[in-house]
Design a protein. Structure first.
Length: 202
């Protein structure tokens, strides 16, 4: 992980890595954030959510972003995933500059490279637990064989084999969280972005 321009002090965000930086220097950079700003206009008020963020995250590296409420953690994740546009700067996902891409290109990156664990789950109420897990694979046009095998594996991994036919409103907060994690893993992505991933674990 590479930090520049005193990023931590500028945004009141702490970025930490589970492993030492030197271990990853020879690996491929999966995420490269270059001088990123995100500014919101609220009437005459200008809110700077992200200011001059510079960060490289290498393959195999685990990075934790910590900070108080409103410090820009979710905004940063949204910009990395392409769900929000930066005001200035660049974000490269495995070498692809998503800040210059059209929606179709960003969608392909999301399908093939990134899995997202949303803070508020974003489960489809009308689908069962296994139906929600299967959904990202359906969107990515995976084969029926792949979907069946992958859903079975993920349901087992998250310990919801006895709850896989239940809809979200019958699941506990922790069970919903586990379904959301399985959805993020569904297409076997290169990168996982997780917003408060342990906030509701039972």
């Amino acid at each position: 992980m590479t930090l520049e321009n005193d990023d931590i002090k500028k945004n009141n965000i702490i970025l930490d890595t589970v492993e030492s930086q030197s271990k990853f220097q020879k690996r491929k950079v999966n995420i490269s954030i270059k001088n990123v700003y995100r500014i919101f206009n609220q009437g005459k008020l200008e809110v700077v959510a992200l200011k001059a963020i510079n960060l490289d995250i290498y393959a195999g590296e685990i990075v934790v972003i910590m900070g108080p409420s409103g410090s820009g953690k979710t905004t940063l994740l949204n910009c990395i995933s392409g769900m929000d546009q930066v005001t200035a700067g660049q974000i490269l996902i495995r070498g692809y500059d998503i800040t210059r891409m059209k929606d179709e290109g960003i969608q392909k990156i999301l399908q093939n490279e990134i899995g997202i664990v949303f803070q508020f789950f974003n489960l489809i109420p009308s689908l069962t637990a296994e139906g929600n897990i299967e959904l990202p694979m359906t969107i990515a046009k995976q084969s029926e064989k792949y979907k069946k095998e992958r859903v079975a594996l993920l349901v087992k991994e998250i310990g919801l084999e006895n709850r896989k036919h239940h809809r979200p409103f019958t699941l506990s907060g922790g069970e919903k969280q586990r379904v959301a994690i399985a959805m993020a893993l569904a297409n076997n992505p290169t990168i996982i972005l997780a917003d408060e991933p342990t906030g509701n674990i039972d």
